[in-house]
Design a binder for this molecule. Structure first.
Ligand code: UN1
Length: 512
């Protein structure tokens, strides 16, 4: 709890109830039903809130619109300076921020520190980008004319996040959105509200010294599904960025589309790795264990399907089983732990139900799946990561279960392996382990992996911020973080300028 004091978020409350509405100018309790967030480590109550209501969104919307009017005219490099200082502040409190992630999301400290590092990295990226919001210069077909593109601030952006990356996902959106001139409203997962308060406080520490930038540029509202629906329906937000389940994303996208807004979606993954008979199996083994069992299987990019060549499957599975048997499972705050708890009881039940379905659908349990109760804090849901050998077309294999279950499938021809990889509804991340240049190139070719991320000799999880992150099909099609993802947060204007004395029309039209 000292991390909450160090970060100053222990003051963002009245009595025992934390604020649910924060814009820098306004801080207030929610007007809706009470709820509390528990730590997955031991089930203890960490924080209590009242849900912010859709009516409260109206007040916040007015502040965000006013903030946008100011922010859009502040030069982008100055907005970059804001983000640079936020990055410095996050560096200063890196350890405390990681502790809050660990307490709320149950991540082991190494991964929680890595998540804060993703935030810091995206700050650095965004600072550079703030001087590179370039548009094109285009030749005109008309004499005495010039054309160009400009990228303009878009408006207030809403960011709806999930429990598993409570800081990184906000930061990918918010750090880029801010340099683009957009105030950011975060609606965090109700399972990780203190992370939102911590990020808010870090940003407000910086904003306190930058009076030219409106404080509401970094705002937070904590609420339930009703609030999420109100945000999606609100004309205040030309862009709604949402991370979570495919069902949630579909609902958000439809509501946003009905008002012709834009949505940026990062939804489920059902990520596969193909292990060729030529693969470096020592390397593959390490990648599989980190991607499949790391974060207790609770990353969008977690490895869920291992597609092994027939000739190596038996030896690989027995090496995996051995490696799984020595994974340290337990308190994520304790050094040396590699697998922390599942987020809650519901997650444990869904994992058990998936394993039951797998058995009914012909799956053969290789190891794991059971709850661990010894040597771990009581009250948390700790499990042994599971490995199941099963047919690639068993229905359960095509679903994303947000828990550490690795389905092992087999193939004979490489083209068949790629078909298996692509046959699920989701399309986030994928990987191949091969020493064959032909296989690697085919995997990345137009006829190869249909995912947003296609890696060679690297696992499916742990992407760097410099690349565009996201995926196709049920994953929602969005791209966040690196590359040209900044364009999501801007609107493009095409400008044609006539510097001649005549008025020629395009396409040679004569109108007189
Ligand atoms: C997610 O699981 O929602 O590539 C995001 C990764 C991380 C981000 C995962 N950089 O695993």
């Amino acid at each position: 709890q000292t991390c909450l004091e160090m970060l100053g978020i222990n003051k963002l409350k009245e009595g025992d109830t934390y604020y649910s509405v924060m814009t820098g100018n306004t801080m207030s309790l929610g007007h809706g039903a009470a709820f509390s967030a528990n730590s997955p480590i031991d089930g203890a109550v960490l924080s209590s809130f009242l849900n912010a209501t859709p009516e409260q969104l109206d007040e916040v919307s007015a502040e965000l619109k006013a903030a946008f009017k100011a922010l859009r005219t502040i030069p982008a490099p100055r907005r970059g300076e804001l983000v640079r200082r936020i990055g410095e502040e996050a560096r200063k409190y890196k350890h405390e921020l990681a502790q809050v992630i660990s307490l709320e999301a149950g991540k082991i400290m190494a991964e929680a520190l890595g998540e804060v590092q993703e935030w810091i990295d995206v700050c650095d990226f965004a600072v550079g980008q703030s001087r590179m919001l370039h548009g094109l210069s285009i030749v005109s077909e008309r004499p005495g004319h010039r054309m160009m593109e400009q990228w303009q601030p878009l408006g207030p952006v809403a960011v709806i996040t999930a429990f598993n990356f409570p800081m990184a996902v906000w930061s990918w959106n918010a750090m880029l959105g801010l340099i683009c001139g957009d105030p950011i409203l975060l609606k965090p997962s109700e399972k990780a509200p203190l992370c939102a308060l911590a990020m808010y406080q870090i940003a407000q520490n910086v904003l306190a010294d930058m009076p030219d930038i409106p404080k509401a540029s970094v705002s937070v509202m904590i609420g339930d599904r009703d609030l999420g629906e109100a945000i999606a329906a609100s004309e205040t937000f030309p862009l709604v960025s949402a991370t979570g389940s495919t069902a949630m994303g579909r609902a958000v996208a439809q509501t946003v589309a009905a008002r012709l807004g834009r949505s940026l979606l990062e939804l489920g993954g059902n990520n596969a790795m193909i292990v060729s008979d030529t693969a470096d199996l020592d390397l593959a083994l390490r990648a599989i264990v980190f991607s499949a069992a790391g974060t207790a299987g609770q990353r969008c990019t977690t490895l869920r399907r291992l597609i092994c060549h027939d000739d190596i499957v038996d030896s690989l599975v027995s090496r995996l089983e051995k490696s799984y048997s020595s994974l340290p499972i337990g308190n994520p705050l304790t050094e040396g732990t590699l697998v922390g708890p599942l987020i809650d009881a519901g997650s444990y039940q869904r994992m058990q139900a998936a394993l039951e379905s797998a058995k009914q659908q012909g799956g053969e349990m290789v190891c794991g799946g059971e709850r661990v109760t010894e040597g771990v804090p009581q009250g948390g849901y700790y499990v042994k990561p599971a490995i199941v050998r099963i047919a690639h077309d068993a229905p359960i294999v095509h679903e994303e279960t947000f828990a550490p279950i690795l389905y092992v499938l087999t193939y004979t021809d490489f083209a068949e392996a790629v078909e298996i990889q692509n046959e699920v509804p989701q399309g986030l991340s994928s990987a191949v382990f091969t020493e064959s240049m032909r296989e690697a190139e085919f995997f990345m070719s137009p006829a190869g992996s249909d995912c947003g991320i296609a890696n060679v000799n690297i696992g499916t999880s742990g992407a760097e911020i410099g690349g565009a992150f996201g995926g196709e099909k049920d994953t929602g099609g969005g791209r966040e973080s690196g590359s040209d993802a900044w364009r999501n947060y801007m609107r493009r204007t095409t400008n044609t300028v006539n510097y001649g004395g005549d008025l020629p029309l395009a396409q040679g039209i004569v109108f007189e």
